[in-house]
Design a protein. Structure first.
Length: 299
């Protein structure tokens, strides 16, 4: 027998359990336990699958536990996402265990979880996907939920289908430089490597081909680039000058003139930027992979 570790999840579960026990409708209470606990655990699973640490997964699970709180407490779904967000904020504040940033992130995700036709922040998307996943897994044979686009993406991401397209979000708020972009791509496209990947476009191309713990060689990925306008600026001509100057320091003498011309063009704000190079490589239809890319064109 071991002594269980008390965490913030347990604190929040107390509020959820007390609310559900007070429900006059026993069937609604049963559904509440199944759905709120199920979505919470699905949130943690998805967060960990997408490379986040355990603290982030804890916050994701708490968002899942509270996402429909007002639905069961007030016995109505009317405007339930916003009302649940307000009630969740009161709970998290009352516990005194969450920073203002953590509270804002959780409550924002709850307020947006019904808006499944839009792409928002990372935590928001984890909660939306977890909500869709729990509804589907409640009865995997129910066609209504399996036919939903988010469920189809999730079934591919978790390799629950023979379809081979994964859904991966590149979040422009996670990086501001070329090297930070490489770090983010390592996080998204590799798992459990015992060595470091190269920080260059050749290595990026290799990762896109697959076989590094996330997708198999040649399997397609549906990329969504959130905050792509920010990335377009961050990886614009100024970054491009630095990118080519770094290559110039190490390139073969036979390539120096070509690289010098790239630097000159970037200084004149002409030719491809680093952002353009990345998207070109990602969408290369002549390689073995067949990826797609959607830019949200937001800051």
């Amino acid at each position: 027998m071991f002594n269980r570790q008390w965490t913030r999840i347990d604190t929040v579960r107390q509020y959820v359990d007390e609310m559900l026990k007070a429900c006059e409708d026993s069937e609604a209470a049963r559904c509440g336990y199944v759905h709120l606990y199920g979505v919470g655990q699905a949130c943690a699973l998805i967060a960990l699958r997408r490379g986040h640490d355990r603290t982030y997964a804890e916050l994701a699970e708490i968002a899942g536990m509270l996402h429909d709180y007002a639905t069961y407490k007030d016995n109505t779904r009317e405007n339930h996402a916003l009302r649940s967000s307000v009630q969740a904020r009161a709970i998290l504040t009352q516990t005194g265990e969450f920073t203002s940033e953590e509270t804002d992130m959780i409550c924002q995700a709850i307020s947006r979880h019904s808006d499944k036709g839009q792409i928002h922040e990372e935590m928001d998307e984890i909660l939306k996907d977890a909500d869709a996943m729990q509804h589907w897994l409640r009865n995997p044979m129910e066609e209504f939920f399996f036919a939903q686009e988010r469920v189809r993406w999730l079934s591919r991401e978790f390799q629950l289908t023979t379809e081979t397209t994964y859904k991966i979000t590149i979040d422009g708020t996670h990086f501001s430089t070329v090297d930070e972009f490489y770090d983010e791509i390592d996080r998204l496209l590799t798992r459990d490597l015992t060595w470091k990947t190269g920080h260059n476009m050749d290595a990026f191309h290799d990762l896109l081909r697959g076989g590094f713990g996330v997708h198999e060689v040649g399997e397609g990925i549906a990329f969504y680039w959130a905050h792509s306008n920010k990335s377009r600026r961050d990886l614009g001509y100024e970054a491009t000058v630095g990118y080519w100057e770094k290559i110039l320091q190490k390139c073969h003498p036979a390539n120096r003139e070509r690289v010098a011309q790239k630097i000159k063009a970037a200084k004149n704000r002409e030719g491809e930027t680093v952002f353009d190079i990345i998207t070109r490589i990602l969408l290369n239809k002549e390689d073995i992979y067949d990826h797609t890319l959607i830019l949200d064109n937001e800051d």
